[in-house]
Design a protein around this ligand. Structure first.
Ligand SMILES: N[C@@H](CCC(=O)N[C@@H](CS)C(=O)NCC(=O)O)C(=O)O
Length: 206
């Protein structure tokens, strides 16, 4: 079978999510460390976002599609439930994470703060919104993992985002106020697939 290629830089939360899925299933892959809007990425993603994926003749964009393909095509433990109701519930989580939680936590909080170097006050609305999202997670996590099935694509998708907000004082405070989320994050950060896919530490800003 052709080798799987994941295209995108490792510190992207979505690239981390896809790589965690590969690691959880034991799927070999190569990582092509390409930035958003680079030629390697725009060759596949219409708007230059990462991750993109290539597997033989198959080229895919969008995290959800890539994760679904990997789970369906490769052997190894299933990362999405097969039973229709449980599958639909997992889809609800993935959609919520990819369209709502990522928007607030990454696009409106981490990206402006870390990459845009905006004043902290500028992200105050996102801090309020992420507090509500973490409070929702506190009641919604199934137990050791987000879903009753055990480690799933939902954990792979969620843990990178929680990791990044936990690195900022406002996000860390929201997580500290949610003991189940805090314990979940600590547990999942030690989960082998998350450890093996974790991005290298970023160099300190000059
Ligand atoms: N909906 C996309 C979002 C991917 C995404 O936003 N990736 C970020 C990096 S984590 C990116 O490429 N940002 C650059 C941009 O939006 O121009 C997915 O689920 O894969």
């Amino acid at each position: 079978m052709a080798e799987l290629e994941i295209i995108g830089v490792p510190f992207s939360n979505f690239v981390w999510a896809v790589r965690a899925c590969c690691e959880a299933k034991g799927v070999p892959y190569t990582l092509t460390a390409a930035r958003p809007h680079s030629a390697e990425v725009t060759a596949i993603h219409p708007f230059g976002k990462i991750p993109a994926m290539r597997h033989g003749d198959v080229e895919l964009f969008e995290t959800r599609a890539i994760i679904g393909y990997i789970d369906a095509v490769f052997p190894g433990p299933k990362l999405l439930p097969q039973e229709p109701v449980a599958m639909a519930q997992a889809e609800s989580w993935l959609s919520l994470i990819n369209t709502t939680i990522d928007q607030v936590c990454m696009r409106q909080f981490i990206v402006p703060l870390v990459f845009g170097k905006v004043e902290r006050g500028a992200v105050a609305p996102a801090v309020e919104a992420l507090g509500k999202q973490v409070a929702w997670l506190e009641g919604a996590l199934a137990g050791d993992f987000a879903l009753p099935m055990g480690f799933s694509a939902v954990d792979a998708d969620l843990v990178p985002i929680l990791t990044y907000i936990n690195m900022q004082p406002e996000g860390a405070a929201a997580i500290a106020a949610a003991p189940k989320v805090a314990a979940y994050l600590q547990r999942l950060l030690a989960y082998p697939a998350m450890v093996r896919s974790a991005p290298p530490p970023r160099p300190a800003a000059a």
